[in-house]
Design a protein around this ligand. Structure first.
Ligand code: UGA
Length: 442
């Protein structure tokens, strides 16, 4: 049965969620205070790059199942389910999450709710947030309205957001023990297709649901830092981390996915989520439980410094006056997201050490230019590599993975390549006369 749904926040999470809910046949209104975003989305254009999303927006706008607005009143009057998909960034100068966007949505919406409704949080929040918001809603909503607050964390990956939302590997719902059961019934209606297709639905309390999300991201971050720590050992011992990852990955308990050594994790989620998790554990008096995440964080940040050292080393000790080509600026391929991007961070540091840096990325140039206006941005791979003393592959876009030495032989000044994502074949580059360096590789 079609449900009436509102989605607050139209960033990577909210816009995708709104479009996918409409694709499932629901009537959806996406709400954002940013009028420019609303206007763009209403034309069927996502304000960021996400494969397949523009098509999904257009077809659902045309079908009349999806619309975007800045009006909270409109959403409050219309929807049975209110999804919160706004950002929860790291607080300035602190590890904790900034919940002001989430709080603002709830404070603005609650007084307008004059019909029974369920607020379903999707944003990644510290454990205890749903209970706190529930108390806020009880105070702010009209006294006769029945409003439940439940948590339904999101596990989508950028670059695969549409697929992950339409066919998730699990759906988690945290409900209040004394809830009237409306939250679960509505969630079952909303995700009826996925549930019928066999996707597990885990119904639990709100605290567990909130923790599931942060625990999942903490585990993924730990897995990446583990393999990057192994890369450090491989470098010290003259071993190869990619072969090591393949070999340990055959053990189904370990698994090969998310075991790619490189310049580490970035983006708007993993780095800030592990920090917010540590901060929350401290508030709960359980900080010891998560001290290992400090190490996860520092192994990760060390990859960026190590990459700088490798670049300096390969050009003979000093970057002053060298030309460095940087291929990749996004924090991962198939995304234009540059939040806490290791690639862009490294590009910036290299420039500060006196090199002239030319950056190319298939989708993230515009965003990068806004954040680092002083870097040079190239039109394409050849433009970036023109007369380069060293070429760095820092985001594993297909265009870079498929590069061959002969594509660049006559473009660069020095045939030196550093593979920050271990995505190239060292033998191919070395046999063509290039100096190749990877991460944790001989
Ligand atoms: C991450 C989680 O994977 C999602 O499940 C979660 O929903 C999302 O955060 C979120 O909390 O919203 P995402 O930030 O899109 O998704 O990116 P990932 O695919 O997790 O990659 C994160 C970073 O780790 C990237 O910089 C990537 O290059 C790096 N990475 C990933 C590695 O260095 N090695 C790997 O083996 C895998």
């Amino acid at each position: 049965m079609a449900c009436n749904i509102a989605v607050f926040g139209t960033g990577y999470l909210g816009a995708t969620h709104a479009a996918c809910m409409a694709e499932l046949g629901h009537q959806v209104v996406g709400v954002d205070v940013d009028a420019a975003k609303v206007e763009k989305l209403s034309r069927g254009e996502a304000p960021f790059f996400e494969p397949g999303l523009d098509d999904l927006l257009k077809s659902n706008l045309d079908a009349g199942r999806l619309r975007f607005t800045s009006s909270y009143e409109e959403a409050a009057e219309f929807a049975d389910a209110h999804f919160i998909g706004v950002a929860t960034p790291q607080k300035r100068g602190e590890f904790g999450a900034d919940l002001s966007f989430v709080d603002t949505v709830v404070c603005t919406l609650a007084p307008m709710l004059r019909r029974p409704a369920v607020i379903l949080g999707k944003s990644t929040v510290p454990v205890g947030t749903a209970a706190r918001l529930s108390a806020m809603v009880a105070e702010l909503a009209p006294s006769d309205s029945i409003i439940e607050v439940a948590w339904n964390p999101e596990f989508l990956r950028e670059g695969f957001a549409v697929q992950d939302t339409l066919t998730p590997d699990r759906i988690v719902l945290g409900v209040h023990a004394q809830s009237a059961g409306r939250a679960e019934a509505l969630t079952r209606e909303i995700y009826a297709k996925a549930i019928a297709d066999g996707v597990p639905l885990v119904v639990t309390d709100r605290e567990t649901a909130e923790l599931v999300k942060t625990a999942a991201n903490a585990f993924l971050a730990t897995k990446i830092s583990f393999i990057n720590a192994m890369a450090e050992l491989c470098e010290a011992a003259g071993a190869d981390v990619s072969e090591l990852a393949d070999a340990i990955g055959y053990d189904a308990r370990i698994g090969r996915r998310f075991l790619n050594a490189g310049i580490g994790f970035g983006g708007g989620c993993l780095p800030k989520d592990i920090r917010a998790f540590m901060a929350r554990a401290g508030e709960l008096g359980a900080n010891q439980a998560l001290t290992f995440l400090r190490e996860v964080d520092s192994i990760n940040m060390r990859r960026r410094t190590k990459m700088m050292e490798t670049v300096r080393d390969i050009v003979g000790g000093s970057l002053i006056g060298t030309r460095v080509a940087v291929l990749g600026a996004a924090f991962k391929p198939d995304s234009d997201d540059i939040r806490d991007s290791p690639a862009l961070n490294i590009a910036g540091q290299i420039q500060l050490q006196g090199a002239s840096v030319s950056v190319y990325d298939p989708k993230a140039i515009e965003n990068s230019r806004r954040l680092f206006p002083t870097l040079d941005y190239a039109r394409d791979i050849n433009d970036a590599c023109d007369n380069a003393d060293v070429t760095l592959v820092l985001t594993e876009w297909d265009d870079f993975k498929n590069l061959l030495p002969e594509d660049l032989d006559s473009v660069v000044r020095q045939r030196r390549i550093i593979d920050g994502r271990n995505c190239l074949d060292p033998a191919v580059w070395r046999s063509a006369g290039w100096i190749y360096r990877g991460v944790g590789r001989k």
